[in-house]
Design a protein around this ligand. Structure first.
Ligand SMILES: Cc1cc2nc3c(=O)[nH]c(=O)nc-3n(C[C@H](O)[C@H](O)[C@H](O)COP(=O)(O)OP(=O)(O)OC[C@H]3O[C@@H](n4cnc5c(N)ncnc54)[C@H](O)[C@@H]3O)c2cc1C
Length: 266
């Protein structure tokens, strides 16, 4: 069992364009080819937005020539639906169940796959130390000790419950051993705390990620999810500068960070 303070956030999926198919479509419509200027370096996310937005008016080769100008115009007008074509997926670990309970409240444009506490044994679980309890700070070390004692007690109760339930739940009630293990674990997990470490695969489109970062990067959001929102923002700013560069990151008097977009809820 370990105590964890920092999440691991891995970007695992990103958009990609089949340029040959796009060229074929334009050719079939008698439209000019997409100019190189539509690409923002290796980042194809802005090009996805531009190609989809231009389809609405069949305006390929016309109008704004600068992609940054084009994207900012869409953001400022709140033409959010074209940003739904761009998806990014993360595998996130080292976060608490309380964080994921907040995360999964975001529904529109999100997909989730989370480690199951019914199928997976939690006897060796790790726990998240909330950002407010810095183990290395003399001021909070006592509170961190209280927290750790609670975690140890919960884990011990979990293991005892698994052991007791294993003695009393009859095998013949279940079609398989795996079903029986699930029945035991689903009951025993009730004593695990919000701080239990979990892992989740989250995919969302850019419109949804922007909304998530705006809501959870705000000063009134819980520190743990706020920290995650800012880590995700920093990764997406690198991946897709034009779609996220209007966000600013500021430091609050307590030393924590907040994120705010120029263009709110597109
Ligand atoms: C600081 C903070 C404190 C919170 N405290 C609480 C709390 O105490 N209790 C609690 O229950 N929740 C709480 N929440 C969760 C909050 O109420 C939302 O459920 C969560 O933030 C997801 O936001 P959303 O619905 O805008 O997001 P998404 O589900 O990502 O939706 C994005 C947008 O799509 C639209 N949309 C999505 N679904 C629908 C729909 N079914 N119908 C119509 N429009 C839709 C809305 O415009 C919505 O804003 C809190 C959130 C924050 C940030």
């Amino acid at each position: 069992m370990q105590y964890i303070s920092d999440p691991q956030v891995r970007l695992v999926t990103r958009p990609s364009i089949n340029w040959a198919a796009i060229a074929d479509f334009l050719d079939s419509e008698g439209l000019p080819p997409i100019p190189d200027s539509i690409r923002s370096g290796d980042d194809e996310s802005s090009a996805v937005v531009e190609i989809s937005a231009r389809l609405c008016y069949m305006s390929y080769g016309r109008g704004r020539k600068d992609i940054s100008d084009f994207i900012n115009n869409l953001l400022s007008k709140g033409d959010g639906s074209v940003f739904e074509h761009v998806n990014y997926g993360f595998v996130i670990s080292g976060i608490s169940r309380s964080l994921t309970h907040e995360l999964v409240r975001h529904r529109a444009g999100f997909a989730y796959s989370q480690r199951s506490q019914r199928y997976v044994d939690e006897s060796e679980s790790d726990f998240i130390i909330p950002p407010a309890l810095n183990e290395n700070d003399a001021k909070t070390i006592k509170a961190a000790d209280v927290m750790k004692a609670a975690m140890e007690s919960s884990l011990s109760s979990y293991k005892n419950l698994v052991s007791e339930l294993d003695k009393i739940i009859p095998e013949e009630q279940f079609e398989s051993l795996s079903d029986r293990r699930k029945a035991i674990r689903q009951a025993a997990r009730s004593v695990l705390p919000n701080a239990t470490e979990t892992k989740i695969f989250v995919t969302a489109n850019v419109r949804a990620w922007r909304h998530f970062i705006e809501m959870r990067g705000a000063g009134f959001a819980d520190w743990e999810i706020r920290n995650l929102a800012i880590i995700i923002l920093k990764i997406l700013e690198q991946e897709s500068p034009l779609l996220f560069s209007d966000f600013t990151i500021d430091k609050l008097p307590d030393g924590t960070l907040t994120a705010k977009p120029k263009y709110s809820k597109i």
